[in-house]
Design a protein around this ligand. Structure first.
Ligand SMILES: [Fe+2]
Length: 198
């Protein structure tokens, strides 16, 4: 595997995150941590996904939206997809809505994704897993490359100040539905993308 040069700034990531700053809450450090996580996943996913003309744009968009509503609730897949859909419609990119909804909905799947739009969905799933597992799980990627990408961006505050407390709160308040962020099918149905993986 030849590791591509790192993307440290992508215009669509910057544009989408700037337009959605309100989702991040008042804590600037955790918002910057989310930026870092988005860039880690973008870089890792594009290394895994097959080359195509729109690959990086699609990964940048789905990357920016994939955990966007996590600052407010752990049940964030459907509202993140809804925000993505609205943005895609506004910018004339609704043709990508089903594929990118799948990328977001399935990104916490624990086993390989093999249904519709698998190349991008599976690349993104593995990329997020590599970061979330702190580099311990890195299917298809070399340990050294994951380490290089992770050390280029500091996503620590996002995990420590948003994801971890969100998980703790969720288990207390919703013990019967503690991990809504794993429920891809429900997210697709709620966001109007039922059957997109058909
Ligand atoms: Fe993520």
């Amino acid at each position: 595997m030849v590791a591509p040069e790192l993307i440290r700034e992508h215009p669509l990531v910057e544009q989408i995150l700037a337009e959605h700053r309100g989702h991040g809450g008042p804590d600037e450090r955790s918002w910057q941590g989310y930026h870092a996580h988005v860039y880690r996943v973008l870089n890792l996913a594009r290394t895994l996904a097959p080359q195509s003309p729109d690959r990086d744009e699609k990964l940048a968009i789905a990357g920016a939206f994939h955990d966007l509503v996590a600052f407010r609730t752990l049940d964030y897949l459907a509202p993140s997809i809804a925000a993505q859909d609205a943005w895609l419609a506004r910018t004339g990119r609704s043709a990508w809505a089903d594929e990118l909804a799948l990328v977001v909905a399935e990104h916490h799947k624990l086993t390989p994704y093999r249904r519709a739009h698998a190349p991008l969905v599976e690349a993104f799933r593995r990329a997020d897993l590599a970061d979330l597992s702190q580099g311990l799980l890195h299917p298809g990627l070399s340990r050294a490359y994951v380490k290089a990408v992770r050390s280029a961006f500091d996503a620590g505050p996002f995990f420590a100040r948003v994801v971890a407390p969100g998980l703790a709160r969720r288990i207390v308040r919703h013990p019967r539905d503690p991990l809504p962020l794993m429920r891809a099918r429900r997210a697709l149905t709620r966001s109007g993308h039922e059957g997109a993986d058909g």
